[in-house]
Design a protein around this ligand. Structure first.
Ligand code: HEC
Ligand code: HEC
Ligand code: HEC
Ligand code: HEC
Length: 449
């Protein structure tokens, strides 16, 4: 159900350029000590993850079937490489001067498993295989299903601890935002050649590709972070990622454009004085007229989350984000310093969120912050999309924890869909429409309390 609105946002995203990225860049997320990647075939077999039904005693064991599902977003990762053979991807390659995108390092580090070392069953055609997210099986494949093997044992042998919000966010962001690894970045050049904009929200996207059950057994083995925590940590680490990458990426003489709000450059203009200017004031950031606007979709959501969950840190975050927006208009060195300070705050918040409880009252307060208190922050369609995804995620969390009745929450679906629709098309983006839709959602959410 949640996929429908998301599809609208993702499918309507602007469509791509690829100056070879020269700076030597550090990997971000891949937890250290990744072993060789053995390939999806090494996870198969009916006694392993290749069952036709989810009948496993502990884990479902039909994970491969779900990961391959041709009928839904669940199968997106299995299709990630093969889609590079399709006309849309090949056309991107032609515009960039890449002969075969399915073999290009500019594409396959995200549309495939960027394995550092490979076993004999590893196949490029598997796309984003199991080990792109769970880590190379080389050092834990044999032992991880043994009697008595604990999650901690597996993690100690190099399986990535994807149950931890911080680790999961890092792994997903590598491809759904970009990383310092060469080729793991959709630059403005690539977008101007036809690549869709990358929209991401950790909890929602986890739900859309999930192949596991968070049942009692799971909770006992790994613990369940909960949707709100995932959402909050995901926002904090997205902010940190963008700010950390900023000084490392350039588009010729300019800083990389993808960090900025697309619509601050891409809109119509006229010399006719009778035509009203379209720039929208946003009291959340001191931005001078005519200056590209930093894409603060995650920053704004992070601010809302901090206001509710970590008020003391929230004040410092707001001050640093204002200083960063102001520094962008000063010079590159000042911007880099302010970016580093803000990135550090975002990192601290991610840590604070990991140990926060996110109970019923806080989740309602978060909904209020996103839908009401910050309603005037959503002047850009990218921020608008984050606001709707946040509402969707927070409501789903309330339902999943039993705090809100499922049928009553389902009654809000048409209103959420209207809000998704308002943030769907960059060219028809009218913040007032989104605000109106969010206000309706807010009123109904209040009745759920
Ligand atoms: C930083 C990681 C990354 C890089 C680098 C990257 N992509 Fe993508 N690509 C993605 C993600 C993530 C999506 C899914 C976007 C969404 O729908 O949310 C995507 C979507 C696409 C789509 C649309 C697929 C669809 O289902 O409609 C095409 C086509 C595509 N990429 C081609 C390419 C080509 C060609 C290159 C190299 C020039 C490339 N990509 C480089 C991450 C990347
Ligand atoms: C896009 C990232 C991604 C890919 C690709 C992926 N997984 Fe997962 N997987 C996750 C996440 C996130 C979880 C939930 C967190 C956790 O329990 O580790 C998960 C959970 C699991 C679990 C449940 C563990 C439990 O304790 O209940 C199994 C088993 C699993 N994955 C196997 C696989 C297999 C096999 C493949 C390949 C067919 C695969 N995964 C591909 C991200 C991924
Ligand atoms: C190695 C790169 C990579 C990693 C890591 C990765 N993804 Fe993806 N993901 C992609 C690409 C590329 C696509 C687009 C494939 C397509 O359109 O078929 C995609 C598509 C998706 C989609 C379908 C959405 C859409 O609009 O197409 C979801 C949901 C998703 N990923 C969730 C996640 C989550 C959650 C994580 C972390 C647990 C994750 N991904 C990690 C590369 C990656
Ligand atoms: C700082 C200004 C700026 C920002 C911010 C910006 N762009 Fe651009 N974009 C440009 C310029 C300049 C061009 C080249 C225009 C031309 O060739 O006429 C361009 C070209 C494009 C094109 C090709 C258009 C065409 O018809 O050929 C696409 C698509 C695009 N950008 C997408 C995006 C997306 C998506 C974002 C946000 C993630 C974005 N841009 C952010 C300035 C910007």
């Amino acid at each position: 159900m949640r996929a429908r609105g998301l599809r609208a946002i993702v499918a309507s995203a602007l469509l791509i350029a690829g100056a070879a990225i020269a700076a030597p860049l550090a990997a971000f997320a891949a937890p250290a000590g990744d072993g060789p990647h053995l390939g999806v075939a090494s996870c198969g077999g009916t006694t392993c993850h290749g069952r036709q039904e989810a009948t496993g005693p502990r884990v479902r064991q039909n994970e491969i079937l779900v990961w391959q599902d041709p009928t839904s977003l669940h199968g997106a990762h299995a299709r990630a490489w093969s889609l590079l053979k399709l006309p849309r991807a090949q056309a991107i390659g032609r515009r960039l001067g890449i002969a075969d995108v399915s073999a290009s390092a500019e594409c396959i580090n995200c549309h495939g498993d960027p394995a550092p070392a490979r076993g004999s069953q590893w196949r490029q055609a598997d796309g984003v295989g199991c080990e792109a997210c769970h880590g190379g099986g080389g050092r834990w494949l044999a032992s991880h299903a043994a009697v008595g093997a604990t999650h901690a044992d597996n993690v100690a042998r190099g399986m990535w601890d994807m149950a931890r919000p911080r680790v999961r966010a890092g792994v997903c962001l590598d491809c759904h935002f970009g990383s310092g690894v060469p080729g793991q970045f959709v630059s403005h050049r690539i977008m101007a050649a036809g690549h869709p904009r990358l929209a991401f929200e950790l909890d929602l996207f986890t739900a859309l590709q999930s192949h596991h059950d968070e049942d009692d057994d799971y909770a006992a083995r790994k613990g369940v972070a909960g949707g709100v925590k995932l959402w909050a940590v995901g926002q904090a680490l997205a902010v940190q990622r963008a700010l950390t990458l900023l000084p490392t990426r350039a588009a010729g003489a300019f800083p990389e454009f993808v960090f900025f709000d697309c619509r601050s450059c891409h809109r119509t203009f006229s010399d006719d004085p009778a035509v009203a200017l379209v720039a929208r004031r946003n009291g959340w950031r001191p931005t001078l007229p005519g200056q590209p606007v930093w894409n603060d979709e995650n920053l704004l959501v992070l601010q809302a989350a901090a206001d509710v969950v970590a008020p003391a840190q929230a004040k410092a975050l707001l001050a640093k984000s204002r200083a960063f927006h102001a520094a962008l208009a000063t010079d590159r060195a000042a911007a880099a310093r302010a970016a580093a300070a803000l990135a550090a705050s975002a990192g601290d918040l991610a840590a604070a969120f990991e140990s926060a409880r996110f109970d019923r009252a806080q989740t309602f307060a978060l909904l209020d912050a996103v839908l009401v208190t910050d309603a005037d922050a959503w002047t850009d369609y990218q921020g608008g999309a984050q606001a709707v995804m946040a509402a969707d995620t927070l409501l789903a969390a309330l339902v999943n924890s039993g705090a809100v009745d499922r049928a009553r929450a389902a009654a809000l679906r048409p209103d959420l869909d209207r809000a998704y629709a308002a943030a769907k098309d960059a060219n028809r983006w009218q913040p007032a429409e989104l605000r109106a839709a969010l206000a309706v959602v807010a009123a109904k959410v209040r009745a759920l309390r």
